[in-house]
Write a protein that binds this ligand. Sequence first.
Ligand SMILES: [Zn+2]
Length: 404
Amino acid sequence: MSEKAYDLYDLEDKYQRSLDDCKKFLVSKGRVVKGTKISKSRIDYMVSIKATCPLCGAIFNGKNSNTEHILPLGLGGKNVANNKIQLCVACNSAKNNLIQSYLGQPPYWKYYDDKWSTIKKFILWSEFVSDEGIRFSDCVPSMHQRFLDARFGGIEDNINVRGYGRLSSWKVGDEPNINFDQRKTKKVLRDPKDKTKSGFFSMIESGIGILGDKIFSDKKKKIRPKTRVQNTQVKEIINLPIKEKELETLEEVIIKLVGKDEITLQKLGNKISKYENKRSGGKGTREFFATYGHKGTMKNILEKELGDKIDISGDHPNLQIKINSLESLEQVIIKLVGKEEITLQKLGIKISKYEHKRSGKTGTKTFFTTYGHKGTMKNILEKEMGDKVDISGEHPNLKIKIKL
Ligand SMILES: [Zn+2]
């Protein structure tokens, strides 16, 4: 089981396949496959060891559970063990209510165009809780809260979960693999000076998690928390309006294609052609600009559309373009980390905010893509900044410090 701290960037990476499957299904108005339940032997086994629903802790009795498809069949999910999980009837129907409260009645492809952002969040949430359990599902707060509303009237109970994740992750005879108590007592290295919370929970809180330490300390005293402590900073970021379009704006494309270096307009033209070919199968900058309703010379279009965000210099035919507003990756990281040692999770949040200011989009993924990087933050930073940074600690409590 994973101990990784997740942000939406990580989740999108981790569950890319489900997102792709769903997208394909919706675009092609695919046919919903028939679902089947899990085997009786598994159900009997779960009953015999008093396994619980992995989301709410209800003890299975053989009749009170359903097989749920993690990526719903109506969103292109497949009827395979990796996409199945056994939930209690109430959680199963709360999940169905959740998706329908956003999407209405199936077929869901009707909603693809304007609801993709919501569908995506639902999928990430559904996949994540199936692997990690409900306690750790706050990385998609809107979904999490709505599920809690549907299932528990808003506040999660003080639940004790001893359940199983996706069907492919266990077999008869295995111990439950979603076990909240086990996680709660997980031993973590912590700074002895930090008496406020364990490293693990501070990671959750600072990364995505939102469950503040108050809940956990209350829980120890067996007091049921009355209010959920939200990490407002994190919430703010995750709730930023996400503009999800199939079509990137002209500005986004140009900034991405030019990158951080100064390049010739000729080279940019080649890149645009490639981009257009990927997008529409067409080629040529003319087609690209026409998509955005532009005609004329590239220089004029770019100056008109991007204004002082770019600098075009030189003489025809050796015109050069540079993006003005783009700081180098190194400059940004140095600025965001500052003088202190901070966790990579915290840096991720800062990057997300920074990116939103810059491009209107969220996510560390967008940020790093701008500089042509993919992969884990640690690898990118080590590669780009070499010995200018110090990355220490163990995953998921990695910390970064700028070397002076
Ligand atoms: Zn349940």
